[in-house]
Design a protein around this ligand. Structure first.
Ligand code: PRT
Ligand code: MG
Length: 210
């Protein structure tokens, strides 16, 4: 049995057509089902539905053979036990700094609210900017509005969320897409089933592009 870890929401929605092309279609709809293990139309493949930030953990420990996770989550998780063989080019967005539209450009010491503590620390350090990072778990956009932070580091897609809160995007930190990740040990042992599915992922992506 091959187990693929995915999170509900946008990654799942964008991964679904790709998986379907590989003959992997969940028998229950994960958006409505309460099951956490989803059998699929391929009896040798099951999906597990977990939080986006938990995907690297499950794959790292070999509890899932494959995982699909955003580059943002992978960088923040910082795992050395994961291979990242394929950029699936789904759930694309940008990791950016953002601030109130009337706020001056940052200078000197800056207070940053984000759930991407590690990435933000590295980013501001690379610019030689002294940053005090405040860890939040959600609603980052609120922080500059109530004086908790000068700016935020968050994902931006359409920019609607920022605009709705009188914020504007400032600096691009990096482009983000979702990646297929594989347990390093599983790859090394060259488990035939893992290798075969990996090849199938690659071929399906090539077909998608041509
Ligand atoms: O929901 P949960 O707390 O379990 O986890 P999550 O919110 O991290 O999961 P989910 O499914 O929302 O996002 C999973 C992954 O999708 C992220 O790790 C990214 O790799 C990718 N992704 C792509 C995004 C976005 N685009 C995105 N726009 N994740 C989040 N957003 C949010 C962003 O944080 C902001 O709140 O959407 C808002 C901005 O969107 P716009 O269109 O208004 O700019
Ligand atoms: Mg969410």
């Amino acid at each position: 049995m091959i187990t693929i870890a995915v999170s509900k929401g946008r990654i799942y929605e964008e991964a679904l057509p790709l998986l379907a092309k590989m003959g992997i279609e969940p028998i229950d709809n994960p958006e409505t089902s309460r099951k956490l293990i989803l059998p699929t139309t391929r009896e040798d493949v099951q999906l597990i539905i977990i939080r986006a930030t938990d995907v690297p953990t499950f794959v790292e420990y070999g509890a899932a053979d494959f995982g699909i996770a955003g580059k943002d989550v992978l960088l923040e998780h910082g795992s050395e036990n994961l291979y990242e063989p394929i950029d699936l080019n789904i759930a694309c967005c940008k990791l950016m700094t953002a601030a109130h539209k009337d706020a001056p450009p940052i200078s000197g010491r800056v207070r940053v609210a984000t759930k991407y503590v590690t990435i933000a620390q590295q980013y501001f350090a690379s610019l030689g900017i002294q940053a005090e990072i405040i860890k939040l778990y959600g609603s980052m956009e609120l922080a500059p509005l109530v004086g908790l932070a000068d700016c935020i580091v968050d994902l931006v897609d359409t920019g609607n969320t920022l605009r709705a809160n009188q914020l504007e995007p400032r600096e691009l930190i990096m482009h983000i897409s979702s990646r297929l990740v594989v347990n390093k040990a599983a790859m090394k042992m060259k488990n035939a089933a893992v290798a075969a599915l990996l090849t199938q992922f690659e071929q399906t992506l090539i077909e998608n592009h041509s």
